[in-house]
Design a protein around this ligand. Structure first.
Ligand code: ATP
Ligand code: MG
Length: 269
């Protein structure tokens, strides 16, 4: 069981430049993977191809071994869910409940199943207090959780979260942990696209680095954050604790403050 792209290429209609060029990656069910890299590297475009919002102009997308070519986005939504970088690009209903139930009704699920799923995702994402608010009157960071709720309701095996911590305060970060634990307990793959390296280092074992419309590295977070040539090529800075440890030439490879303190107390320098 895996989500796999092989040598995918894509250009936006009317654009003279390619957005992604021969991108390949394979993500197993249940994995936690972060995709990082500079602005414009092609991260969101890749995610939209994984979710079949865009069909690649070259290459293949396989969901659990099945080619998505010719399938509709609604057919793929039960397997691969994509939470947009900007919630305003995703929301199209004037009502929270309608937005969550939209695809479930399109699929003609039984009424009690629709209600069960809706209630579950309202609680997991913490947006129940905003159930009766117009989606565009909900504060933007919380609006992101509405779009997460919409995707969770479709119960996909692979969930892609595009910049989930952007603009989030402590409430949002805690709620995001609740969402990720829920997905982990259900055995789902979580794929995040992020510029927040603290969040990446803390939560995602595997890190894929994109630059120049392609994947330039793919590996364990502790290896990736110590490959300085890769990070500078992708214009990414490692987590602050990692950066300090590197500046101090500590022997131990650290990813967070606790590990940095432990290394310093051990006299690693
Ligand atoms: N709707 C669009 N129309 C035309 N070009 C686009 C569109 N969306 C993205 N692009 C271009 O495609 C390339 C890849 O963009 P993409 O949004 O996938 O990058 P990204 O890695 O997600 O960047 P960011 O970190 O800024 O979100 C960029 O050159 C971008 O300008
Ligand atoms: Mg993006």
């Amino acid at each position: 069981m895996a989500l796999e792209v092989n040598n995918i290429c894509f250009s936006y209609p009317g654009s003279p430049v390619t957005a992604v060029e021969r991108v390949s990656m394979k993500i197993e069910k249940g994995e936690r993977v972060a995709i990082i890299g500079q602005n414009g590297a092609g991260k969101s475009t890749t995610a939209k191809i994984l979710n079949n919002i865009y069909q690649p102009t070259g290459g293949t997308v396989l969901v659990d071994g099945v080619d998505t070519k010719g399938k509709t986005t609604a057919q793929i939504a039960s397997h691969v869910g994509y939470v947009f970088q900007n919630p305003n690009d995703q929301i199209f209903n004037d009502d929270v409940v309608k937005e969550i139930e939209y695809v479930l009704r399109y699929w003609k699920l039984p009424e009690e199943e629709i209600v069960r799923r809706r209630d579950e995702v309202l609680d997991i994402t913490g947006i129940r207090p905003f159930m009766s608010t117009h989606p565009f009157d909900i504060p933007l960071p919380i609006r992101k959780f509405l779009t997460i709720a919409v995707v969770l309701a479709t119960d996909p095996d692979y969930v892609i979260l595009d910049e989930p911590t952007a603009g989030q305060d402590n409430w949002g970060r805690k709620q995001l942990q609740t969402v990720m634990e829920y997905l982990q307990n259900k055995g789902k793959a979580i794929i995040t696209i992020s510029h927040d390296m603290e969040f990446v280092a803390e939560n995602f074992e595997r890190v894929i680095v994109m630059a120049h419309k392609n994947v330039i590295a793919d590996g364990d977070r502790r290896d990736i954050f110590y490959r300085q040539e890769i990070l500078s090529d992708a214009k990414v800075k490692p987590p602050v604790s990692t950066h300090i440890a590197q500046e101090l030439h500590l022997e131990r490879r650290v990813l967070n403050l606790e590990e940095l303190v432990a290394a310093l107390l051990q006299g690693d320098a």
